[in-house]
Design a protein around this ligand. Sequence first.
Ligand SMILES: Cc1cc2nc3c(=O)[nH]c(=O)nc-3n(C[C@H](O)[C@H](O)[C@H](O)COP(=O)(O)OP(=O)(O)OC[C@H]3O[C@@H](n4cnc5c(N)ncnc54)[C@H](O)[C@@H]3O)c2cc1C
Length: 434
Amino acid sequence: MYLVNDQSCSWVNDLDKRSNIKILEKNKSCDWLIIGAGYTGLSAARKLSELHPNQKIIIIDAQLAGEGASSRNSGYLVDTTLNDGFTSNKELDNYKKKADIYDLGINAVKKFINEYQVDCDWNECGKYFASSKKEDEKILRNFSVTLSKLGYEHNLLLNNQLLKRLGTNFYNIALHTKGGILLHPGKLVRAMVDVLPKNVCLYENSSLLSWNKNKDVISCELKNCKINTKKIIFATNGFLKSLGIKSNYNFPITLTASMTRALTDEEFRSIGQPKEWGVLPVRPMGATIRMTKDRRILIRNTAEVHNPFKMSKLDLQKRSINQKIGIKKRFPQLPDDIIQSSWSGVVSRTRNSSQIFEKIDNNIFVAGCYNGSGIGVGTLFGEQIAIKASEENTKEIETIEARNKPTWLPPQPFLNLGIKTRLIYERLRARSEI
Ligand SMILES: Cc1cc2nc3c(=O)[nH]c(=O)nc-3n(C[C@H](O)[C@H](O)[C@H](O)COP(=O)(O)OP(=O)(O)OC[C@H]3O[C@@H](n4cnc5c(N)ncnc54)[C@H](O)[C@@H]3O)c2cc1C
């Protein structure tokens, strides 16, 4: 099955159209093959090129490079997350391990944008975990204890303060963390495409259909041709399972989001002219909502088991209606028809929220499964899996490998049944926050 994305993601449509697109049509052989050109694959390619300037490196993508989830996300480069809900001391240790990885992820992106002077609307404005429900104060106070123990600066805010900062009185309680960055995800990943070094060949609209390993050669079948490679890195995230990679440990989840046009001066005044901000939900299935620096409102409020290869226009429209309602609830004064675009994207999840970073066989490596937080961690894992595959070690690899390993998942149909039931339950719990 081929991957077909909608063409309606505002982040992608903000960028110039690319013209240097190469499709693979002839058989090739190489030293290194990377499957998937999002943050992970592109970062792996960049690092491999630095480590092996004289070796042949190929990276392929089923669609245009970077235009999958890496361009379609909400643009939160996170230092901390709430929804894993760790509280006790033992769990605090797990939380710290995860936060250490986020920290390395932020550093990896920072280093990249400094080195290549990338403009991706970087804003170190922190983020809010907010809820309309006063009773969620208890969750936020527990979270505050965890953050304090780990030394993360944060503060609790109430309705009136939130109205001033966000321009909506929808939220009753929020915890603002000072760390965390908002950025333009499309600009970031496009920069990673643009700076690919000369000894990396990128082929796009070139889908890997199947692969097998025979002694020291890994043979990969594409539509009209084949690539033989010595080493391979799988960086297809939400599509790892469909390629049979770690299939008992990860599963795809489809998300949809919508973005408004830029608010007019009058509309912007009507909501109090807030500075750029980003809100994450306190309850796992609540809406992520963000005001961009150019006065657009982004909302993501769905997560579901769906065919990861394609979402029909009709299905997307249905989800867009939900997003319109989500915006209206928060900003009733804004007109009904300001959504400019809606899109879907696929992420990968594990059962215990741990990421995948490993050698799965001789010369075969995989990095992915960021459980919805892949901007920083994807960039980090891409670079570090390239180093690991080159048989070198770093402090970063030690930190990554100190995390818990992903836990085993039941087979189908039990898996989908279990996920769907959990998502319905979480959606019900979060219904006021959608
Ligand atoms: C709506 C939405 C909101 C999100 N919000 C955030 C957020 O705010 N912050 C955050 O950190 N993360 C967020 N994420 C998650 C984040 O986007 C991902 O974790 C990140 O993009 C993972 O990067 P990646 O390179 O591993 O995978 P992708 O970006 O998914 O790249 C994988 C690539 O593999 C390609 N591919 C798939 N199958 C094949 C094949 N058979 N052959 C060749 N190529 C193939 C795909 O075309 C794709 O380009 C969000 C995701 C979505 C969808």
